[in-house]
Ligand binder design. Structure first.
Ligand code: ADP
Length: 277
């Protein structure tokens, strides 16, 4: 049940207590006439800085390596980092009817507000509804072409944009990202509960920054204490996808725009084709 700021709640609930957006009068948005998108996966985190955009990009790369046609919709409007991680820049083309996504070195299509701003370091000083409107336009106005998996990088938290995406896009599921810090664990619980309440399937939980390997002695160091990702996933009855250590190579490749060169097997065992269609 969605609790509004004044304690109001969605009246139209499914049996499980969650909000069925189709019953709330919020229609799923129609994709652009030039898009045929088969699956949509969102990546969510409770708080910023846990590596959500990195996980989004790694998932996109993994799917692309498996031969799927992949797009990344960067819905983290005020902190868009996906174009930088893929090394794409410059204004996106438009023909007046549709906007065309940039294409990465390995053929992943990318759309982000940073590709519509004259200067990528200009701040976006917009109120929530305007931001949510921009994200909707990334669905309705972008000519994505044929896409097997569109991966959506949500902004951190449970605000306007995650709500809009869950209500307006035909999501197959959500990947939730956390890190070993207690605070991240506490806040990711909110993200998981929101997803459950919105009746969106959870694909699984990823724990990022879980330890590091000492470059001198090779010993694993739990920089933020022992991870609780696996326990947390078990407690919520959701799959634990795996953990990613703090890795300077990943950080460097993100900074250099070379994330497609990163070797990761994180998503190798996930059967995304088994997602609800
Ligand atoms: P978020 O989307 O949650 O705000 P990002 O994915 O943008 O987080 O990551 C924040 C920064 O941390 C980026 O510079 C990224 O390169 C770095 N980073 C993320 N995960 C790792 C990791 N496992 N090892 C090293 N650096 C990482």
């Amino acid at each position: 049940m969605i609790q509004g700021p004044g304690g109001s709640s969605c009246e139209d609930k499914k049996d499980g207590g969650g909000c069925d957006s189709s019953q709330c009068g919020i229609e799923k948005l129609k994709e652009n006439d030039n898009s045929r998108i088969r699956n949509v996966i969102a990546v969510m985190s409770g708080k910023g800085g846990v590596g959500k955009s990195s996980v989004t990009s790694l998932l996109a790369c993994e799917l692309s390596k498996k031969g799927y046609r992949v797009g990344v919709l960067d819905a983290d409007i005020t902190g868009p980092s996906v174009p930088k991680m893929f090394g794409v820049r410059g204004l996106a083309d438009s023909n007046g009817l549709a906007i065309f996504p940039h294409v990465s070195a390995t053929g992943i299509k990318i759309m982000s507000l940073n590709l519509l701003m004259p200067n990528e370091d200009d701040p976006v000083i917009w109120r929530g509804p305007i931001i949510a409107g921009a994200v909707k336009q990334f669905w309705t106005d972008v000519a994505w072409g044929n896409i097997d998996y569109l991966v959506v990088d949500l902004p951190p938290g449970t605000g306007d944009v995650p709500l809009t995406v869950m209500q307006s896009l035909p999501l197959n599921g959500v990947v939730v990202v956390t890190s070993p810090q207690d605070l991240a664990n506490l806040i990711v619980t909110k993200a998981i509960k929101m997803t459950v309440q919105m009746n969106v399937p959870i694909i699984g939980l990823v724990e990022n920054m879980s330890g590091a390997v000492c470059p001198h002695c090779g010993k694993e160091i739990e920089l933020f204490g022992p991870g609780r990702g696996r326990e947390m996933a078990k407690a919520f009855g959701i799959p634990f996808i795996g953990s990613i250590p703090l890795d300077p190579v990943l950080s460097r490749l993100c900074d250099e725009g070379g994330i497609e060169k990163y070797q990761s097997s994180l998503f190798i065992n996930i059967d995304l084709m088994a997602l609800p269609q």
